[in-house]
Ligand binder design. Structure first.
Ligand code: GMT
Length: 393
């Protein structure tokens, strides 16, 4: 198949997943065209069968807000025609699914067979999609997609209930992890040069947005550090980094908290971690938690959204209520002080990630979903009342 993939190219779970999906599909013989405003951060310079088409918004003094969604639709239209794409796969509904719908309308006379698949990732439904400025267009765009997937059962249900599209068919295809990269045994910890062997490493990786509650990460660590010699490694950057740095200073632990900034390859870092902290207020899936589990790092997190579908509470990590910093730090201390329990959790975490979220199995699910979507009846033959597919494979 020839597939166009549109995602946010910057740091973030949806962009990471979309890029790794494209790379895996290319390895399986498909031709992949990334269509976005910058080279996706996890895409190496050149890979056979993978192409990158930059969306140039252009500048005009009248445009206080340059219309990226229109420029994207035009680029999608052009790439479909010039490369004969079969399908456009949009990751994150806004504005990608809207642009794809515009491109599809433009393509109707020449390529009525083009299909649009949209993967819902999280805040496109739970936050941005609920904003009154975007809600109607989010609902419209997802209903106009030929195929819809969500990364967790939680997100599937959330979409159905919050948008009230009870007839929508949304296939759950969970995120995956590449065990050839996320494997503790592949790396000698890059952290050991800086950290004593008896010191435990707690880690957090995110885009430091409000939903991640990065101050809670620092507060949990502060309590753990009082009882267990440890450091906190913070990977990533974003709007709340300053608040997290200030919290570390206020708590007098700034010399134990390392802010590393944005790092492309997190697996070598995760491989040196003892615990991963994810105290988010909501999380449709928690790809960073899955990457940690695959590296044998138990997760201390919140019992919210799709996290319980990824982390087995009590087995591969411990989940607590949002904001319950005491419970999360208590759980962390107990695991860190009991090496047998840590080893058991670490081993199970890696095995469970491998078994339930393997790249090969989940990429094959996407392939099957593409084939199913391409084989469906054309729009023109579809009954007016049914905007979305009744059943998927
Ligand atoms: O930054 C992103 O990539 C999107 C981001 C979001 O805010 O929607 O992440 C979402 O998609 C990831 C990949 O599917 C999930 O692992 C994250 O849980 C999800 N984030 C939230 O739901 C907050």
């Amino acid at each position: 198949m020839k597939i166009g993939i549109t995602c946010y190219p910057t740091y973030g779970g949806s962009g990471a997943l979309a890029t790794e999906l494209g790379i895996a599909l290319a390895r399986r013989g498909h031709e992949i065209h990334f269509i976005t405003y910058a080279q996706p951060f996890r895409l190496p310079a050149f890979l056979p069968g993978v192409y990158f088409h930059e969306v140039d918004v252009g500048r005009y003094p009248l445009f206080e807000y340059p219309p990226y969604d229109l420029a994207l639709a035009v680029r999608m239209h052009e790439v479909v025609l010039s490369h004969g794409l079969d399908l456009l796969h949009c990751h994150y509904a806004i504005p990608h699914a809207t642009s794809a719908w515009i491109a599809k309308e433009m393509l109707a006379p020449t390529r009525p067979d083009i299909r649009v698949v949209t993967t819902l990732h999280g805040t496109d439904i739970t936050i941005v999609g609920q904003d009154p400025s975007f809600r109607p267009i989010t609902k419209f765009s997802i209903e106009k997609s030929d195929g819809l997937t969500a990364v967790s059962r939680y997100l599937q249900q959330e979409t159905l209930t919050t948008f009230g599209c009870t007839a929508c068919r949304i296939e759950v295809i969970p995120n995956f992890v590449d065990q050839n990269i996320y494997d503790r045994s592949l790396y000698t910890s890059v952290l050991t040069q800086q950290i004593d062997s008896g010191t435990r490493v707690l880690m957090h990786v995110s885009n430091f947005r409000a939903v991640k509650r990065v101050q809670d990460v620092v507060r949990i660590f502060a309590r753990v550090h009082k009882q267990v010699p440890s450091v906190l490694v913070m990977v990533g950057d974003g709007p709340d980094r300053g608040m997290a740095e200030a919290e570390a200073r206020d708590l007098g632990i700034q010399d134990k908290v390392f802010f590393l900034g944005k790092i492309d390859a997190v697996a070598p870092l995760l491989a040196g971690a003892d615990l991963f902290l994810l105290p988010s207020s909501n999380e449709s899936f928690g790809l960073s938690a899955l990457e940690a589990l695959a590296c044998g790092v138990p997760v201390i997190g919140t019992r919210t959204g799709g996290i319980p579908e990824v982390v087995r509470d009590g087995e591969t990590g411990v989940l607590c209520d949002v904001g319950d910093v005491d419970a999360m730090s208590d759980a962390a201390v107990k695991i860190l002080l009991d090496r047998n329990r840590w080893h058991a959790m670490s081993t199970l975490a890696a095995a469970d990630a491998r078994e339930r979220f393997s790249l090969d199995a989940i990429v094959a699910e996407y392939e099957a979903f593409y084939e199913y979507t391409l084989a469906r009846i054309p729009d023109s033959d579809r009954p007016q009342s049914s905007t979305l597919s009744p059943t998927a494979p």
